[in-house]
Design a protein around this ligand. Structure first.
Ligand code: PMP
Ligand code: GLN
Length: 400
């Protein structure tokens, strides 16, 4: 090779065609933009305050106590027991901590493990869009195909799906129905009637339901979370996924879990053991402490976030956005067209730091059919109230 020339293999991307188009996640791009511009980051959903002291202290104690080597493959018994108790205490779901609970590296790994272990080439996954970005990537990695069903705001300003579209999305190749409630990025909490309809179709077509419930405790007044596994006939076909990140302000710890019938948990474990094998030894006992905190902790968490949700939503409305007030989660979606008539959310988010020192996330990345989300942008409220106030003051300058 002559000096200065690169071998062909170094200039051609080795990326598998399965991941073509996935590039860098929007969260990484927008958080990097926040750092490089010094803007307020209301993009990636992570809190700017620490979680409960008991939980943090338990992790420190575990490190000092030498819990620093590989934990058991399925997770430490104390955490599996705490997850089982949590499912019973909050949702009335009975699970065997030894056979029906698997600890994972965040909900992300539980999702990856479930999808990689249960999908074959050519299988289809029915999934509501917009959707969390890892879903499509994992479905693609499994060689399967995602079949999106649109969630769109109705006259009541809640997001709805068309039952006929859902019915048409299910074919004889459908293997998994992937659900997320409370839902990122719309803030929708699926109603019991909607869940019943989904459950009936899952039973009729003998589908596995994988349900991502990471925002199960971030509910605003009036919203009620109904886990899919509690509906008649669903416990035997539902894998429920959650994690400690949002519930205990520990998104960087990546302690998650999958709960459900042993065959679904075992399948997920088979893939999971070759992804990370295990993770977070000292954080596992700490999340167990968190899951056992008194009800007051969980109530306060939701109340505190409600104040922030309200403050952000008021500010976004005052700034002139068409604002969809969420029922749960960190996120508020706005239609930018009153302020940016071209409705290009991606361009808007890339320029927003320069215009007014705030970072948000364009919702189009959460859609398989991107045109449906082109004009929508997501702001996170999981920040200190003074940070939210400063951000909305800055956003108000956009109208001028
Ligand atoms: N699912 C949804 C809907 C999310 O918003 C997120 C991001 N926090 C995850 C899964 C990933 O969770 P974790 O950080 O526990 O992997
Ligand atoms: N779940 C968080 C969000 O939607 C961030 C997750 C991530 O950065 N991958 O903002």
């Amino acid at each position: 090779m002559t000096s200065g020339a690169s071998p062909a293999s170094a200039v051609t991307s080795p990326l598998t065609p399965k991941l073509a188009g996935f590039g860098t996640t929007i969260f990484a791009e927008m958080s990097a933009l926040a750092v490089s511009t010094g803007a307020i980051n209301l993009g990636q959903g992570f809190p700017d305050t620490d979680g409960p002291a008991e939980v943090l202290e338990a992790a420190v104690a575990a490190i000092r106590n030498g819990e620093n080597q590989y934990p058991p493959g399925p997770g430490i018994p104390a955490l599996r027991q705490a997850v089982a108790e949590h499912q019973q205490r909050f949702w009335g779901i009975d699970v065997d901590p030894d056979r029906e609970v698997l600890v994972t590296a965040g909900a992300t790994e539980a999702l990856a493990g479930a999808l990689l272990s249960m999908l074959d080439q050519g299988d289809e996954v029915v999934v509501f869009e917009p959707m969390y970005d890892s879903y499509q990537a994992c479905i693609a990695l499994a060689g399967a195909r995602s079949v999106p069903v649109l969630l769109a705001p109705g006259d009541d300003r809640r997001y709805h799906f068309d039952p006929d579209e859902l019915g048409r999305a299910i074919t004889d190749r459908t293997r998994i129905l992937l659900l997320n409630s409370p839902h990122n990025p719309t803030g929708k909490v699926f109603l019991t009637d909607e869940l019943n309809l989904i459950a009936e179709l899952a039973i009729e077509h003998d589908l596995i339901v994988v349900t991502d419930e990471v925002y199960e405790h971030l509910l605003f007044p009036g919203a009620r979370h109904v886990p899919m596994a509690t509906l008649p006939g669903m416990a035997s076909r539902t894998l429920t996924i959650s994690s400690g990140g949002k519930t205990f302000n520990t998104t960087g710890w990546k302690i998650g879990w999958a709960v459900g019938p042993a065959p679904l948990v075992d399948a997920t474990k088979t893939a999971k053991q070759f992804l990370t094998f295990v993770n977070g030894a000292p954080f596992q006992p700490a999340i167990a402490v968190g899951l056992r905190l008194p009800d007051a902790y969980f109530e306060h968490l939701a109340m505190d976030l409600t104040v922030k949700r309200d403050r952000l939503a008021e500010g976004l409305i005052a700034a002139g956005f068409d604002t969809f007030v969420p029922e749960a989660t960190y996120f508020t979606t706005v239609d930018i067209r009153p302020l940016a008539p071209d409705g290009d959310g991606m361009a808007f988010c890339r320029r927003l730091p320069e215009w007014c020192g705030v970072v948000a996330v364009p919702n189009e990345v959460f859609y398989a059919r991107r045109e449906h989300g082109r004009h929508l942008v997501r702001f996170a409220c999981c920040k200190r109230i003074e940070v939210i106030d400063e951000a909305v003051d800055r956003l108000r300058t956009l109208a001028r």
